[in-house]
Design a protein around this ligand. Sequence first.
Ligand code: BGC
Length: 517
Amino acid sequence: MAGGAVVNTSGGKDYPGRLTIFVFFTCVVAATGGLIFGYDIGISGGVTSMNPFLKKFFPEVYNKKQMKGSANQYCKYDNQLLQTFTSSLYLAALVSSFFAATVTRVVGRKWSMFTGGLTFLIGAALNGAAENIAMLIVGRILLGVGVGFANQSVPVYLSEMAPARLRGMLNIGFQLMITIGILAAALINYGTNKIKAGYGWRISLALAAVPAGIITLGSLFLPDTPNSLIERGHPEAARRMLNRIRGSDVDISEEYADLVVASEESKLVQHPWRNILQRKYRPQLTMAIMIPFFQQLTGINVIMFYAPVLFETLGFKGDASLMSAVITGLVNVFATLVSVFTVDRLGRRKLFLQGGSQMLVSQLVVGTLIAVKFGTSGVGEMPKGYAAAVVLFICLYVAGFAWSWGPLGWLVPSEIFPLEIRPAGQSINVSVNMLFTFVIAQAFLTMLCHMKFGLFYFFAGWVVIMTVFIALFLPETKNVPIEEMVLVWKGHWFWRRYIGDADVHVGANNGKGAMRA
Ligand code: BGC
C-alpha cells in the first residue's frame, strides 16, 4: 500500500460553526481575485492568433502564417518575441509575490488584494492603448504584478476564513473564478475577432479592466481574517470577526484560543524566510515547491494559452479555433464544479489520483492522433471527424485537470503552512507556479516546433511522475483545521521522521485534541 494513505487526522478537532451567509459572501468576493488571473491566461492565446494584432506587432509571424500549404504546421508560430508577450506577465508575478508576502503579513490579506487589483487596472489600460511592443510588454508586467499580489493573498484568505469542513469548497472558489475568467476571455476573443476594422484585440486587452475593477472595489469591503487580525495585534477585533463568520450563536472559544496560540508561536519567529528552511517544515516546503511545479508540468497551459494557436495548427480555421477554445473553456468551468462539491467528501488525494490518470490517458491519445496525421514532418490535413476526436480528448484532459491539479494546486499549499510561515510558504508556491508558467509560455511554441507530437508524450511522462509522488507523499488534508495540520505530517509514514514530538506540542492543538479524546 502506498504509505501516503496512512494519515492521522483523528486527533484533529472539528470546531463548531456553519457556513454563514457572511462568510459565503466574503469568500465569493475574495475569489473574484481569480478572475484577473484567468482572464489573462485566456486572453493572450486568442489575441496572438488575431491577424491585425500580429500584423501590427509581430509582422514576421504574420508573414509566416500566410505561407500556406507546404509550411510546417508545428512551427508556424515559433517566435521568441511573441512568446515574451505571453510570458512576461508571469515573470513579473513571480517577482512581485515576494513583496506581496510582506504586504500580506504586515498590513493584511485585504490590502494585498487591493494592491493587486489596482496595479492590474493600470496594466489593462496600457495594454488596450498600446501603440508599440514596449507599451504592450510594460502593460503585461503591471498585470503580472497584479496577479502576483492576488494569487498570494486570495487562496490564503479563503482558507483562513472557511470553516475546516468546507475549506476545500470555499477555496476552490478561487480556481472556479480562474476558469470563469479564462472562459470569458475566450468568448470575448471570439466576438472581437469578428470586428472588421481590426481593433478587436484592443477591446480584448482593455476589458481586463472589468475583473480588475471588481476585485479592487470588492476588496475594499472585505474584512480581514481573524488569523491576520490576531497576528497584527487586534485580538478583540479578531474574536468579533470569528464570531461573525462562524455565527453569533456559536461557541468560538476553542478555535479562538487555538488561533491565539498559533499567533504567539508565530511571533517567536523573527525570520519567516529563514525559518521555513528548518527541518520540521520540510514537508511543507517540499509541497510548496513540488505542487506548483507539477501543476505546470501537466502541460495545462499549452491548452490554456495557446488553444486557438494549437487548434489552428491542427487545421482549424481562425474562427473555428477560437470556438474550440470556448469549448475547452466551458469544460474547464464545469469540471471545476465537480471538485467544488466533492473535495471535502472524497478528499484531495482521490481527486489527484483520478484526475492524473485521466490526463495521462488523454495525453497519450492526443499525441498519437496527431502523430498519425502530421507525423514528424508536420505536413498534413485533418478531416473534420478526426479533428473532433482530437478536441474530445483534449476536453477529457482539461476535465481531468480541472477537478484535480487545477484547484488542488492552489488549495493544498494554502492549507498546509502554520501561521508563522504562511505568507512565506505561499509566496514560494506562487513564484514556483509563475516560474514554470513562464517557462511553458516561453518555450511551448518552440517545443512544439521541435518535439512535435512528442510534446504530448513529454507531459504525459510528467503526469506519471507527479501521480506517483502524490500517492506516496501527500497525506490527506480534508477536514483538518488549518492550525492542526502538524498532526497530519506527524502521522505520515515518510514525513513523521522530520517532526519531533516537541514540534507537535508547540501550538495549541495536540494537547487539547488528546484531552478531548
Ligand atoms: C493554473 C493555471 C491554469 C489554470 C487553468 C490554474 O490552477 O495555475 O496555470 O491556466 O488553472 O484552469
